[in-house]
Design a binder for this molecule. Structure first.
Ligand code: ADP
Ligand code: MG
Ligand code: MG
Length: 254
């Protein structure tokens, strides 16, 4: 059973006026089969956490560790992390000029599975996954994220999630900018993957509304670059009523 262990993680970025510490000691364990929600105000460092685990070069780890089944994630390259079973759905998915969705997905699946999926089976697999996400088949021939609407970008992230079958998935504000129908389709996709029991999910969100569709086992409040409170699903209900005000200021100085 796969386990992601984040221990006392400190991360800095190089800002114009020198290094700036964004993550100040994050502790979190996510196991296959579990869903964790990380909720916090804008600018609290949620995306920094996601990018640091995924291996974005802009984020410099200055302390702590990230282990996947005891293996040191921080010493792995980005593609080694993906092959090890880590997946990141980005808050702002990037365009990949000249690369079609279908080529992109097959290349990614080949890299993470270690061999090219058999073409006929693969075509069927993609077609069925796209149908479940209510995506137009013509979408497969478009270039990745080029001219995609917000909802199309997020559906495409969940399509990758369904096809790549990671052990641990980090979904960074996959709910942001979605209308209610798209939110439901995207949430159903996450729930389908979660129902396999083969994935641990770290659902990063600013709003509580996605938690009406995806019930987390654990909820963590993120403020000032660290987790300041953890609880069960009821903590999300409390945040819905009270907002983040009680937490901002907490965890601000070490
Ligand atoms: P969240 O996802 O919770 O909204 P982020 O992780 O995006 O927060 O950002 C946390 C803080 O780090 C913000 O104050 C942001 O401006 C700052 N930050 C993030 N990336 C950089 C960067 N590359 N250079 C300077 N500051 C950054
Ligand atoms: Mg933000
Ligand atoms: Mg963010």
């Amino acid at each position: 059973m796969a386990t992601l262990e984040i221990r006392d993680l400190h991360v800095s970025v190089d800002a114009e006026n020198g290094p700036r510490e964004i993550l100040r000691g994050v502790d979190l364990t996510v196991k296959q089969g579990e869903t964790h929600a990380i909720m916090g105000p804008n600018g609290s460092g949620k995306s920094t956490l996601a990018y640091s685990v995924a291996g974005h070069p802009k984020y410099r780890v200055t302390g702590g560790s990230v282990l996947l089944d005891g293996e040191d994630v921080l010493s792995m390259t980005v593609d080694e992390r993906a092959r090890a079973g880590l997946f990141l759905a980005m808050q702002y998915p990037v365009e990949v000029a000249g690369v079609s969705v279908s080529n992109f997905l097959r290349t990614a699946a080949t890299a993470t599975r270690g061999e090219a999926p058999k073409l006929r089976l693969w075509v069927k697999e993609v077609k069925e996954a796209m149908e479940r996400l209510q995506m137009d088949p013509a979408f497969a021939e478009r270039n990745v994220n080029e001219g995609f609407s917000g909802g199309e970008k997020k559906r495409h992230e969940i399509l990758q999630l369904e096809l790549l079958r990671p052990k641990i998935a980090i979904l960074d504000e996959t709910d942001s900018g979605l209308d209610v129908d798209a939110l439901r389709v995207v949430s159903e996709g996450v729930n389908r993957v979660q129902a396999t029991g083969q994935i641990g999910t770290l659902l990063i969100t600013h709003y509580t509304r996605i938690l009406k569709y995806i019930r987390p086992d654990h909820v963590h409040v993120f403020a000032g670059g660290r987790i300041v409170e953890s609880g069960g699903a009821e903590l999300a209900d409390k945040l819905e009523d009270e907002g983040y005000e009680a937490y901002t200021g907490k965890g601000e100085s070490a």
